[in-house]
Ligand binder design. Structure first.
Ligand SMILES: Cc1cc2nc3c(=O)[nH]c(=O)nc-3n(C[C@H](O)[C@H](O)[C@H](O)COP(=O)(O)OP(=O)(O)OC[C@H]3O[C@@H](n4cnc5c(N)ncnc54)[C@H](O)[C@@H]3O)c2cc1C
Length: 403
């Protein structure tokens, strides 16, 4: 007998969203994360249309707006000597984009999961999976921040534990694609920066951008090859912004800079097989690409629903596990493959100024296809989330039983 239907490891975009949807189907779900509730993470935070659409479809866009996240109604692309402003058109109920800080969006998803009846535990690190004699994954084991061991038996383990996924490693999820490019990115949040939406600037080996967000802040980033970014910080950022958009450089000079910047030193993209007997992967754990195309969060929200649908089909409707999870993989890979290749080229800074407009047009086409696929999904028959919000304390017992 399993204590849980699903244990989800990792309580951010991919994991909290998956747990929320499963909870809204009435499944017994445990959501664990080794970090703290509401903590920040190494990520800028631009949502594209597919991500906003998902939040809208699940009833979670209102709390994002209520948190003071400003609407983004225009994207401005700059490349070579061209400036291309693109108004955000209204479609499928989405008339603006949003870029909530991760300290805003991740807790909204976790709170929604808790309100849907999911047992949520922070400060709990999963160290391994358990298996039965046939090799099927049957649970997780781990330890709490205060050193207590725990185990959680379950029908399915979902690894939503990011790029260094313990679950992917412990189940031996094979890599199906590995990218060639490694770029680095440094970013911070400016106060008082004049901007009217997303800004994306592309010059050879010098990309930069602006992402307006909560509290009147604007996230400014610079991306280039590892050697150019080095350890990151204000010097490379200012240099790359000046090269890619003198206009943005002038506005930055008039705004208040952050006290420090955060730097991502790069990692090649990959696509892993996202399922096996008793386990599945979602989000960066199974599919990662360089942040320069700003799509990981949107894809995490997309795949959370695709995976939740597959797990519900198995657990509630009795569908064949391999068929359902292979279907999840098929849709994920169909929607991801062009995007993965384009990101690998763009983030590799392996393009000329003549080529970048066409690459960006193809990114746009892949994004539009993703949106149409999500919009065409039948509405989820979700139960209302009536539960009280409970933020569970870390595990206090050796074995977690029930909710
Ligand atoms: C510098 C940078 C900028 C980016 N900018 C953007 C952007 O603008 N727009 C966009 O769409 N995407 C962006 N991305 C990508 C985006 O951040 C990721 O795609 C997204 O965070 C993936 O979410 P996730 O839930 O899969 O993983 P994560 O956000 O990495 O969450 C994984 C969670 O798992 C937990 N965990 C890990 N191991 C364990 C364990 N063993 N036990 C328990 N818990 C564990 C961690 O504590 C963490 O909370 C950016 C990425 C980077 C690096």
């Amino acid at each position: 007998m399993h204590t849980y239907d699903v244990v989800v490891v990792g309580a951010r975009l991919a994991g909290a969203a998956t747990a929320h949807l499963l909870g809204r189907f009435g499944l017994r779900v445990l959501l664990v994360d080794r970090s703290r509730y509401g903590s920040d993470t190494l990520s800028t935070h631009a949502l594209l249309r597919g991500g906003v659409l998902q939040l809208l479809r699940w009833g979670l866009l209102d709390p994002v707006i209520a948190a003071g996240t400003p609407p983004v109604r225009r994207s401005t692309f700059r490349y070579a000597d061209t400036v291309v402003p693109v108004a955000v058109k209204s479609s499928h109920g989405v008339d603006a984009l949003y870029a909530p800080r991760r300290t805003v969006l991740d807790p909204i998803l976790v709170d929604a999961a808790a309100a849907a009846g999911v047992a949520v535990r922070f400060g709990a690190t999963v160290t391994d999976v358990e298996r039965d004699r046939r090799g099927t994954v049957t649970g997780v084991v781990g330890r709490t921040a205060d050193g207590l061991g725990f185990r959680a038996p379950t029908r399915f383990v979902v690894g939503a534990d990011g790029v260094r996924s313990t679950i992917a490693e412990r189940v031996g999820a094979p890599f199906e694609r590995v990218g060639r490019s490694v770029a680095a990115l440094t970013y911070g949040h400016w106060t008082g920066l004049a901007t009217d939406g997303y800004e994306w600037n592309f010059r050879p080996d010098a990309a930069s951008g602006v992402i307006p967000t909560n509290d009147g802040l604007a996230c400014v980033y610079a991306s280039a090859s590892r050697g150019r970014i080095g350890r990151g910080g204000m010097d490379p950022l200012n240099r790359i912004v000046a090269e890619s958009s003198p206009d943005l450089a002038a506005r930055l000079a008039a705004a208040t800079p952050p006290r420090g910047l955060r730097t991502f030193t790069g990692r090649p993209g990959y696509i892993r097989k996202p399922w096996g007997s008793g386990w599945a992967l979602v989000g960066d754990a199974g599919y990662f690409k360089d942040p320069l195309t700003s799509h990981g969060m949107t894809d995490a929200l997309r795949d959370a629903e695709l995976l939740a649908r597959a797990l519900v089909a198995v657990i509630v409707d009795g569908a064949d596990e391999a068929d359902a999870l292979a279907g999840y993989q098929r849709t994920r890979d169909t929607l991801s493959s062009a995007f993965f290749d384009l990101t690998d080229v763009i983030a590799g800074h392996r393009w000329t100024e003549r080529e970048i407009p066409d690459l960006l047009r193809r990114v746009n086409a892949a994004t539009a296809e993703e949106v149409e696929t999500l919009a065409a999904l039948p509405p989820l028959p979700l139960r209302p989330a009536t539960g009280e919000l409970t933020r569970s304390p870390p595990f206090g017992r050796r074995c977690v039983r029930g909710h």
